[in-house]
Design a binder for this molecule. Sequence first.
Ligand code: MF3
Ligand code: CO
Length: 254
Amino acid sequence: MGRAVILKTPAEIAIMREANQIVAETLALLEEKMAPGVTTWQLDRWAEKHAVKHGAVPAFKGYRGYPASLCVSLNEQVVHGIPSKKVMVQAGDIVSIDFGVKYKGFYGDAAITVAVGEVGERQAELIRVTREALDKAIEQVQVGNRINDISRAVQHHVEQHDFSVVRQFVGHGIGSQLHEAPEIPNYHRSERTPKLLPGMVLAIEPMVNIGGSDVQVLADGWTVITSDHSISAHFEHSVAVTENGPLVLSERIR
Ligand code: MF3
Ligand code: CO
């Protein structure tokens, strides 16, 4: 049995939308600045500065000892890549950037993957399919559906394109904690999964590999890479469940 799911009031969801808007604006800013020669450390600095300017606190820094504000995961890195002054983004790289903030007591969390310059056809397809898998997952965010409907939508779309979903890391509920119940795997489970109720807020985050699904954590204790060193992509949105369907809190509205 997992921990209980915490439902949010409309007022709390409004605050979470503000938090996630700060995240979304930060990711858009970083996407603009992304270019060959930029270090992953510079991306981290820009992210933190932008969040603080808007009255938010970077959520990842210090979380279980994570040493930076941003996660930057290049190529075969799946998630939780640590920014470094020594790592420059290069043309041909696939760069995942994942950012979270705390604002007025609530968290926002989102991620995008961008191609730097020209990348291979299969790599461009990976990014597109991962983004589409997130969209298909969000379509399943309807009262009365179950977490499994979200999971199944991601896995189905990914496997249709002969990519694989990561199983060792999952999406999560989000609210006054960065990680809340329920877990949101990117693969279908045979057991019964929670029903979606109005007021749930879900961080849905497909992690998709060109090769096999297996991943491992590097000796730095954080960086997750594909075991076969194949390229990986990651997108994430924080989504509220409402009577009128999904409300994508981390989609830019202003
Ligand atoms: N979006 C990621 C997650 O939900 C970011 C966490 S990185 C950490 O797990 F450093 F905060 F752990
Ligand atoms: Co997350």
